[in-house]
Write a new protein. Structure first.
Length: 272
């Protein structure tokens, strides 16, 4: 089921297009990434979809009952509540659909926020405030989650944790829309559909041009790698095998390796 349909959307600021003629859709259990250089129009587009500005032409239609969670690129509001107070307020805004209070604290701990729960949000570093903003967007269990540059100021551990939380929402029926810079930590491959902003417009991104290194742990039950997979093997050392693969084939190769009893450990983006 489609959650969001965008048709020929355009928006101008001071007589210049922030973005133009944008068309795409977002469905249940779908994750979409939009990458682009600074100033390409990503933030203006997401702000429009979150209702913070109004397009000059075109339409953005949400399904009935849509619940949108939005994380801005930079939180401009000065929040003097403590982290625990702020997250509880955000949780209560969604009512019975939100995670429970104890689950919210577990999510905060997973994002490394436990030592800071009694600190004012405004007193935190940029990276920590970004984590608070992310948590505020997800604890209401939205069926449409919009994240603008969520991985900035985060290390690989918290990027991975964010992606796992996002994946859990997706698996439970939410649609996910994430924007970020070009070549942002290789996260493109985690998404079902990838676009890039070029010349203020949205274009499909060709995953065939992106190579990934998939890392698998060898288990006692691991079987011999097939001849077809062998062509992708880049290294095998200390109980780990690495496969260099085109991103477009990622899911099929991971599935086959797991069927051969290899444990998937993660992946990273490679320069093409």
């Amino acid at each position: 089921m489609k959650l969001l349909s965008v048709r020929d959307l355009s928006f101008q600021r001071q007589g210049y297009f922030a973005y133009k003629h944008v068309t795409f859709s977002l469905s249940q259990k779908e994750s979409v990434s939009i990458t682009g250089d600074s100033g390409s129009g990503k933030t203006a587009l997401l702000e429009t979809l979150a209702g913070l500005n109004y397009p000059d032409s075109g339409t953005a239609s949400y399904t009935t009952g849509a619940r949108v969670g939005f994380m801005p690129q930079i939180e401009t509001e000065i929040i003097n509540d403590s982290v625990v107070e702020h997250l509880e307020k955000m949780r209560q805004l969604t009512g019975d659909l939100a995670v429970r209070s104890d689950q919210a604290k577990d999510l905060a701990a997973y994002m490394g926020m436990s030592p800071f729960m009694d600190r004012k949000v405004s007193s935190l570093s940029v990276g920590l405030r970004q984590r608070v903003s992310f948590l505020a967007a997800v604890i209401g269990r939205p069926n449409i989650l919009i994240l603008d540059d969520p991985f900035s100021f985060q290390n690989s551990t918290y990027i991975t944790n964010m992606l796992e939380i996002v994946k859990d929402l997706e698996d439970n029926g939410s649609g996910i829309l994430v924007a970020g810079p070009m070549n942002d930590s290789g996260v493109d491959a985690y998404f079902d559909t990838n676009y890039q902003m070029k010349a203020k417009s949205l274009e499909p991104k060709n995953l065939a041009d992106i190579n990934l290194m998939l890392v698998f742990k060898i288990t006692p039950d691991s079987m011999a790698i097939t001849k077809e997979l062998g062509a992708f093997v880049a290294a095998e050392l200390d109980g780990v095998v690495e496969l260099k693969v085109p991103a477009i084939h990622k899911d099929a190769i991971i599935k086959t390796m797991i069927e051969l009893n290899y444990q998937f450990e993660g992946m990273r983006n490679l320069e093409v």
